[in-house]
Design a binder for this molecule. Structure first.
Ligand SMILES: [Zn+2]
Length: 653
């Protein structure tokens, strides 16, 4: 490999048995064949349009035929300079060889491949001194001699294509029960290796218990020159900028480790629907929250519902079965979010033991095969001994989400206590749902009742001893549903599709204009109109999304904020006892037609330090920072909910 020339010089030895009648191989069309030998003899061939046809008459069928192809190919794709705002997770790069790094994806035939045939691979890569290559399988050795670094890998699991990455890496390693744990990091990030190796060990131990044996001989964390988060069979490729985020150890890393089971060892037939992102999100991102506590788990489920409500409309919605991959945020809200909730509801439907037993069976039966939703339905129906057709038809094959509301709720004294009655309404074609109704008493005591919904209206009547003060449906957010507009708090995400955006700079805070430049770029507000506060009238603000830089002096420009956020007339601020040196808050305008955001900072430098970060906190309403570090990130409590009713505390007549 010659990164300075973007060139791969290859020698491929293929052992093929038996030899097919016509031998046609795939190889990137820009390749140049230097020689081709079959069992040691030069044979005629034809290479055009990425298809290499070997024209030799098939020799007597021996057990194995040896085909040796020498070739070279250049991979010159230029990665985008600016990746902010690109939704395509590959950044349009499927294969490139460059001095800053090499990435050749498994879908690109960078070595000759027999279409449809899965082989075992031994790969040896010679690169300039210090450049190490990583691919599937076990690391055999890596050494530098005479100005070249040679790395070799052995991959015994049959695969058709292989992804390969290379770069100037520091290699660190550990061993976990015979599984190689490896990190390939740039010099800048080499100090992260011990933390990654320890986290890999911890996650592998946890997931092996839950999901069955880890399917590969190694797991490697590899740094990429593009800001990717790829999960490949037995390795993950993470961008330089993201790899040092401390929370990655417990977010992206377990996500990519869980993909070893789902999406890699058990493959996805994309044409039949990509179930692996929903399942991986559920078992990694979600399950780690669940281990941290019930409140964290509920908040995560709620975030899924908020993302769906904010990003998915009746026009762009689609059934989970049609999800193939994430090209836009609304697709992620269905494929990852609704997918994860579907596995959560499946777990509640079949029970804890059956759920984990079913997953282990999926891992064992699906290893080396591709599964679709149909097989998942079959496995769980068989494990639970019940037909789950209705479940998969409802959640996987049908687009949309239930829309639920409490209606006509009343409280009456009854023998020995109180009776709360009412109706749960479903808008649209009803779903079959098991929902929890929770009564809360004045002293905080709660009583849960389970109700099955089947039709558009389900009446209920709940008896309870202590006088309840509130009734809430699905208080723990166990069900996937479409939140009502009043349940959706304003968040940073609401600024991403602005309506006639206007930036207003508070009197005396003009330097914030320059400091906020990266904020405007991150929100795609570069073209927003910009004004000083003295040059706008409140009438001009109606229906417009607004960003206030600094606390306006004029009362009529000051937004209404939640009471727990205190802002003094001089612009100093505090949220529940925390202050920090920079604040970003998003609120809904009183007419609910637009969004108002507010950036406050003690100093211009404090504002400039947080400006490029804010757009990454899309789900939050309030952010507090100190010295550029996030102190508080929170989402407002919803103003109201059709799923919650406060009960009168006076006895009705
Ligand atoms: Zn994933």
């Amino acid at each position: 490999m010659h990164p300075e020339a973007h060139r791969l010089i290859g020698s491929a030895e293929l052992t093929i048995a038996p030899l097919p009648q016509s031998l046609r191989l795939r190889l990137v069309p820009q390749a140049v064949i230097e020689s081709l030998r079959l069992n040691g003899s030069a044979v005629p061939y034809d290479f055009a349009g990425g298809v290499l046809t070997v024209k030799a008459a098939a020799p007597a069928r021996r057990a194995a035929q040896q085909l040796t192809i020498r070739y070279r190919a250049d991979f010159t794709a230029i990665p985008p300079q600016e990746t902010v705002g690109i939704e395509d997770p590959s950044f349009g790069i499927s294969a490139t060889i460059r001095e800053e790094g090499t990435y050749l994806s498994a879908g690109v035939p960078w070595f000759p491949q027999l279409p449809g045939a899965r082989g075992r691979h031994r790969i040896e890569v010679s690169a300039p001194a210090g450049v190490t290559a990583v691919t599937a399988g076990r690391l055999l050795h890596s050494a530098t001699r005479a100005g070249r670094t040679v790395t070799s890998w052995q991959s015994d699991l049959p695969m058709e294509g292989l992804a390969l990455s290379a770069g100037a890496f520091t290699v660190d390693r550990d061993d976990f029960d015979g599984i190689q744990l490896l990190t390939f990091l740039s010099a800048n990030n080499a100090a992260l290796a011990p933390g990654y190796l320890a986290a890999m060990r911890r996650h592998l131990a946890f997931y092996r218990e839950l999901l069955g044996p880890y399917p590969y001989p190694k797991f490697a964390v590899v740094e990429n020159f593009l800001p990717t988060g790829y999960g490949l069979p037995s390795w993950t490729l993470l961008g330089s900028s993201v790899i040092r985020l401390p929370f990655l150890l417990d977010t992206s890393l377990p996500h990519e480790i869980v993909h070893s089971w789902w999406g890699n060892a058990v493959e996805v037939d994309y044409a039949r629907g990509n179930w692996s992102e929903g399942l991986t999100t559920y078992l990694a991102d979600y399950l780690l929250k669940e281990r941290a506590g019930a409140a964290e788990a509920r908040d995560y489920r709620r975030k899924i519902l908020r993302d769906y409500a904010a990003l998915v409309t009746d026009r762009n919605d689609f059934p989970l079965r049609s999800f193939q991959g994430r090209m836009a945020k609304y697709q992620q809200a269905v494929g990852y979010g609704k997918g994860a909730m579907t596995f959560h509801m499946l777990r509640r439907e079949v029970g804890e033991r059956t759920f984990w037993r079913g997953l282990r069976r999926m891992g064992a039966e699906g290893n080396g095969k591709s599964l679709g939703w149909g097989e998942i339905e079959r496995i769980f129906s068989s494990e639970t001994g019940r037909d789950l057709r209705w479940f998969f038809a409802q959640w996987v094959e049908r687009a949309g989400a239930p829309r639920l509301a409490l209606d006509g709720v009343r409280i009456k004294p009854s023998a020995g206590g109180w009776t709360v009655s009412g109706t749960i309404r479903q808008h649209g074609e009803p779903y079959r749902l098991d929902i929890t109704l929770r009564l809360t008493a004045a002293n905080g005591a709660v009583v849960d009742h389970a109700i099955r919904l089947n039709g558009p209206r389900t009446p209920f009547s709940l008896a309870t001893g202590d006088r309840p003060t509130a009734l809430e449906a699905d208080p723990e957010n166990e069900l996937f549903r479409r939140l009502a507009p009043e349940e959706i708090p304003a968040t940073v995400n609401d600024l991403l599709e602005p309506q006639r955006p206007l930036v207003v700079v508070a009197e005396g805070r003009e330097p914030l204009r320059e400091a906020a430049r990266d904020l405007l770029r991150g929100l795609h507000w570069e073209d927003a109109e910009l004004r000083g506060e003295q040059s706008v009238s409140p009438a001009q603000l109606a229906g417009r999304d607004l960003l206030l830089l600094g606390w306006p002096v004029r009362r009529e420009l000051q937004p209404t904020l939640p009471a727990s956020l205190e802002i003094a007339p001089d612009g100093t601020f505090a949220w529940q006892g925390s202050s920090g040196d920079a604040l970003f808050a998003v609120v809904t305008a009183p007419d609910a037609a637009a969004t108002t955001a507010l950036l406050l900072a003690e100093t211009t430098a404090a504002a400039a330090a947080v400006a490029p970060k804010i757009s990454h906190y899309g789900r939050y309403s309030l952010l507090l920072f100190a010295s550029g570090r996030n102190l508080v990130k929170t989402t407002w409590e919803p103003a109201a909910s059709p799923m919650k009713v406060l009960l009168p505390t006076e006895t009705p007549p």
